[in-house]
Design a protein around this ligand. Structure first.
Ligand code: ZN
Length: 449
């Protein structure tokens, strides 16, 4: 009951607060899929892509090999006999062993290739599938209690990227979660306030608040972005709308360029709210690292090629447009006119080798906590395969969070964030609902409380 009350509160906040100041209103178009290994383009105006930031503990030593003269290595937990989908997009490995030491994955391989000391805690995962913890690359969490955040973790989403909230409060929340001994809490990455111009999106919708930061001119932009970076944000979120049906001011190319150069110099990624392809193009040309929405109009093949060349990822959030259309009462028209455009954008982006990440813009009305099924269903309808969706939700998310060296795949040295499901999600992605257990930072999280 307590819990139910907390939910009602959280929902109220979602609707009334501005947690999501960002995207509401504009239906955005679609995007592309994840190709795990697209190198950054050296010819981009801005510094090269991989933007490592987060400092986590050092990686442990390498995978042990099964030879007679190698001593048996001790592990804290061994997952044995399941099918491994490691997040890279490579073929699944059946009868796999994943060995964990501390908060890290220590060894991965076929059964029988990793010597395991007698008495090592082991879980037999016959019939189950082992995947990296999923990443929600676009959400708003300020209104959620810790208890509510656990809904994500229990669904297998071990990392959540919050794309706008009050700077100091959300950084403090992130730090508190990171310091908590409770592994049932997800990792949080935060942008702090969304950066825009006076009167720009999302101000006409939500008004001014501490979740919005306005800049005027490139010098002001550099100063304010530097202050955000100094405060410790994990990502910069900017608003570039592109809407022609309203008369809102927008960040200039010079301002976008100043923001992205300042962030890239500190290896911090830049996500852009975009509403139309024209805005997406300006944002890409001026140095963003990912688009937080699909534009709602057609992305040209040239724009898609530019994104692939510069390795600018796409977090489509198609479902939030649908949710907002339902909220407005014109979902039928949206499905008839806008959805096909977004699905075409998504298909063509994926076919071109674009990098996708999964996010749902939680915080908006009618967006459910947990696995973003509404979004996944749109991707399936667009023709994506379960493996493409899984790679987007794992490796793709890690790349847009600039945590590719820590998360997103099951490989020795990475953080042990793992989702185990009962069945084969490649045969039926709904198997992802059948969560056997989740591991976060090497700890098996307890069941429903
Ligand atoms: Zn958002």
């Amino acid at each position: 009951m307590l819990r139910r009350n907390a939910w009602v509160l959280a929902l109220l906040c979602v609707v009334t607060l501005m947690a999501c100041a960002e995207d509401v209103l504009a239906p955005l178009p679609t995007a592309a899929l994840v190709a795990p290994t697209i190198p950054p383009s050296p010819s981009v105006v801005t510094p090269s892509h991989p933007l490592p930031t987060v400092t986590l503990s050092p990686r442990p030593s390498a995978t042990p090999v099964a030879t007679t003269d190698v001593p048996i290595v001790t592990f804290d937990l061994v997952l044995s006999g399941g099918t491994l989908i490691d997040g890279t997009g490579g073929p699944p490995l059946s009868n796999a062993v994943v060995a964990i030491r501390g908060d890290r994955i220590a060894a991965v391989g076929p059964a029988g290739t990793i010597p395991i000391a007698p008495g090592t805690p082991t879980r037999d995962l016959g019939g189950k599938t082992v995947l990296p913890g999923f990443i929600n690359a676009h959400a708003h969490t300020s209104m959620l209690s810790d208890q509510a955040l656990k809904v994500w973790t229990r669904a297998g989403i071990t990392t959540v990227r919050d794309l706008s909230g009050p700077r100091d409060a959300i950084i403090a929340r992130r730090n508190a979660l990171a310091a908590s001994a409770d592994a049932t809490l997800p990792r949080l990455l935060v942008a702090g306030p969304m950066v825009t111009v006076p009167g720009g999106h999302p101000i006409p919708i939500y008004g001014l608040s501490d979740s919005v930061l306005t800049v005027q001119g490139p010098d002001d932009a550099r100063t304010k972005i530097t202050a955000l970076l100094d405060a410790g944000v994990d990502v910069i979120k900017i608003a570039v709308s592109g809407r022609s049906d309203v008369d809102w001011p927008e960040l200039s190319n010079e301002e976008i360029g100043a923001i992205t150069a300042t962030a890239r110099a500190r290896d911090v990624p830049i996500a852009a709210h975009v509403d139309r392809a024209v805005a997406l193009r300006r944002a890409v040309e001026n140095g963003i690292t990912d688009a937080a929405h699909m534009p709602r109009d057609r992305m040209s093949d040239e724009l898609i090629a530019l994104m692939v060349e510069r390795d600018v990822a796409l977090v489509p959030t198609i479902a939030v447009y649908e949710a907002l259309a339902e909220e407005r009462g014109d979902a039928a028209a949206w499905r008839r006119t806008t959805l096909p455009v977004m699905q075409s954008n998504l298909r063509r982006f994926v076919e071109a080798g674009g990098r996708l990440a999964l996010g749902d813009d939680f915080g908006n009305p009618r967006v459910d906590l947990g696995m973003p099924w509404a979004e996944i269903d749109h991707w399936l309808d667009a023709g994506l395969a379960p493996m493409q969706i899984i790679v987007a939700a794992t490796h793709g998310g890690a790349v847009v969070c600039n945590l590719e060296d820590q998360l997103g795949t099951i490989e020795p040295g990475k953080l042990a964030d793992i989702l185990v499901v009962d069945g084969d999600p490649l045969a039926d992605i709904r198997v992802l609902e059948r969560v056997a257990f989740v591991v976060r930072g090497g700890e098996v999280i307890p069941g429903e409380e």
